[in-house]
Design a binder for this molecule. Structure first.
Ligand SMILES: CCCCCCCCCCCCC/C=C/C(=O)SCCNC(=O)CCNC(=O)[C@H](O)C(C)(C)COP(=O)(O)OP(=O)(O)OC[C@H]1O[C@@H](n2cnc3c(N)ncnc32)[C@H](O)[C@@H]1OP(=O)(O)O
Length: 290
């Protein structure tokens, strides 16, 4: 009786995400999932070259992997990158710049879903940040319960740098990790913290010299829950996170409407276009040098 009541509560807390991962056109899987058969800890690696930018397929693949991990009773989830320079470059700017409107609606809904799936994941979560993590990449990291980062990388919600404002629920994810005054300053500046700065302000919990060390530190964090009842732990986490989550769930349509208006505004499209062009230019000049 009690167990079914508890399970019901979890179902109530966790919005039903019934997305199936769309088969991507590319041959290589967009996420790599390995479960260590000794520790029972799952490692989910983002695997969308060149920078793990989040498009619909990659986000659906992440959601599907999280659902699989929760279903196969893994003891925990470590999110990392198959790329050794970039953890995740955030949202794929091709999805935001001169967007197809129908696709943009789907894209935004999946973006909401991937945050909900990770933020409410029933198993312990940790991010081994083995590369740069701007904007949406930072959001994936802050949705996890613990963060270990490699040196000489950057992390932060830099939306104001390219003319956007982070949506309320994205800001709340930051506020769940940073003190309010610092979060406000960092959000308004569009600040990208260095690894050392991120440790200093608590945006990340530890620094590791290598990806292997980062994975080991994330596993140690997950092991810290070995004495906690998994169901009680999951309910406690969901209870603490529920107020922030409800702010999105209560008005997903409103969030979508507000974001579509914002993303489609000419001023923002111009700013984003210039930002994207500068990125491409930088990449071309790099290629020219090499
Ligand atoms: C009332 C209103 C309510 C709010 C409404 C607001 C809605 C608006 C949306 C807001 C959403 C908030 C949450 C999230 C937002 C985002 O995530 S937007 C994306 C932000 N991302 C970035 O700013 C990162 C940009 N990239 C970089 O800084 C660098 O690429 C890197 C990640 C540090 C890696 O550098 P490096 O290894 O040197 O690689 P590059 O040469 O720069 O890039 C390689 C190729 O990858 C392409 N690329 C890079 N980032 C992206 C990206 N995000 N999307 C698509 N493509 C990307 C880059 O152009 C290069 O491509 P090629 O030219 O083909 O080589």
């Amino acid at each position: 009786m009690l167990r079914s009541k508890i399970l019901n509560r979890i179902r109530l807390l966790k919005p039903v995400i019934d997305r199936r991962c769309m088969s991507s056109a590319s041959k290589t899987p967009l996420t790599l999932l390995e479960v260590d058969d000794k520790s029972g800890i799952a490692t989910l690696s983002l695997n969308r070259p060149p920078v793990n930018s989040l498009n619909i397929d990659l986000m659906n693949s992440i959601i599907e992997s999280i659902t699989e991990i929760e279903g196969n009773k893994s003891r925990g989830l470590i999110l990392t990158s198959a790329n050794d320079r970039v953890f995740c470059a955030g949202l794929d700017l091709n999805e935001l710049h001169k967007p197809n409107q129908e696709r943009l609606k789907e894209f935004w809904a999946v973006f909401q879903d991937v945050w909900l799936a990770l933020h409410l994941c029933s198993v312990p979560t940790a991010a081994a940040i083995n590369g740069h993590a701007p904007a949406g990449g930072c959001l994936l990291a802050t949705a996890c319960e613990y963060r270990v980062m490699l040196p000489q990388m950057t992390i932060g919600l830099n939306e104001t740098q390219f003319g956007y404002m982070a949506p309320k629920w994205v800001m709340l994810s930051y506020l769940s990790v940073l003190p309010r005054r610092l979060a406000e300053r960092a959000l308004t500046q569009g600040k990208l913290f260095t690894t050392a700065e991120a440790l200093d302000v608590g945006l990340v919990d530890e620094i590791a010299a290598s990806k292997e060390e980062a994975l080991a530190k994330c596993s140690t964090f997950i092991d810290s829950f070995s004495k906690a009842n998994p169901l009680a732990r999951s309910l406690t986490k969901k209870q603490i996170r529920e107020p922030d989550v409800q702010k999105l769930i209560a008005d997903r349509a409103g969030d979508l409407k507000e974001c579509l208006e914002y993303i489609n505004s000419p001023l923002l499209q111009d700013g984003l276009g210039a930002y994207f062009e500068a990125l491409k230019q930088k990449s071309r000049s790099k290629a020219g040098k090499s």
